[in-house]
Design a protein around this ligand. Sequence first.
Ligand SMILES: Cc1cc2nc3c(=O)[nH]c(=O)nc-3n(C[C@H](O)[C@H](O)[C@H](O)COP(=O)(O)OP(=O)(O)OC[C@H]3O[C@@H](n4cnc5c(N)ncnc54)[C@H](O)[C@@H]3O)c2cc1C
Length: 360
Amino acid sequence: MKIYKAAIIGLGASGLAVNKLIYNNSDDEVIAFENTNIESRNNFFGFWLTDWMKPYKKLIEKQWDKWEISNTDNNIYHTDSDHPYCIISFKNWKNFCLNTNNKLEIKDSKVINYQRIKNYYKIITENKNEYFAKKIYDSRFVKEKKQELKQHFFGINITTKDNIFDKNKITLMKFTKEKQLLHFIYVLPFSHNKALIESTVFSKKILDEKWYRQKIKNYLNENNINEFNEDSSEKGIIPMFFSEEKPSKDQNIFNIGIRGGACKPSTGYAFSFLIKQIQLLKSTKKNYVNVHKYLEKKMDKIFINYLKHNNEDGNSFIKLAKNLNGNEFQSFMMGQSSFLTKIKIIKSMPIIPFVKAMFK
Ligand SMILES: Cc1cc2nc3c(=O)[nH]c(=O)nc-3n(C[C@H](O)[C@H](O)[C@H](O)COP(=O)(O)OP(=O)(O)OC[C@H]3O[C@@H](n4cnc5c(N)ncnc54)[C@H](O)[C@@H]3O)c2cc1C
């Protein structure tokens, strides 16, 4: 009976990170389980450059110093050349993380369960195979919660006939007027004629692909983009609630990625945080690390409560963006804001609904 050094359940962003960041320089035998075809996954992960992401600078495919947050009446522009907005594609991250010195065996199977046997674990897959490992890194999806907010989105990568896009500036959020729904368009211009155009909603209910497509079409029409080729698409649902599993009492079971609490629920950013999580797990003997600071989590909770109980149309985001400069804004998004910035953030929010949200 073979006992692997570790088993990784799910070869998404965090499972891959475990292989690279923890086991890269060892001759350990690691087994990973993934029940989808990760070869066909290729979304972009965006983040503002923080110190802990600097080791992966070479993987960054494009970066922008400028971003825009707008609605029909306001356009706010931010700049921060020290902390640009960067993207790494899943493909690039996967290739980087699979290029290691350890021995990684990948099983194309769904894990159903695992259980402790002495000082190792038995992992059972859907096809009833059994495997054994000394440590478990689990990134399986968190449970659906119907009554909680989610960030859900659909985007298309397009090539236009003419040079239309300003390749030096991203549109982080362009809020549109909707009936009781928070919706914005996100645009990443890769070049003058190539861009990702994404439609994003914060709500409890997931919408039909047709809905997001219509919003993208509206945006393209408004910007006189009529001739283009759709190269690919991406979609996702990210929890806007604290979705992490409780840390296991078993020291050798590690919940990782979104399952382990990497997501900043108020924004849906998780990629750079899950990398920080794996970096921290490598340097501690514990099986759980706090990726987000206590105060940041508290503020996130209040903000989500506010979004849940009010018909926010994007105005609070606009006000927030107006009151902060680029550096302060990125520090807030990356959970690194100073006390003074936090005060500015709180002062930007509508007072009465926020006080109510504090007690919900
Ligand atoms: C399209 C998209 C775009 C995103 N963009 C950004 C972004 O720009 N910036 C940002 O910060 N975050 C972004 N996110 C959010 C977040 O960074 C990603 O969701 C990230 O992939 C989370 O990593 P993870 O390892 O927790 O989960 P995943 O990457 O989802 O990995 C979990 C893996 O486990 C597998 N799995 C599940 N159950 C089983 C099982 N029983 N057995 C075997 N395998 C299983 C799944 O198939 C999956 O591959 C995006 C998410 C999506 C979906």
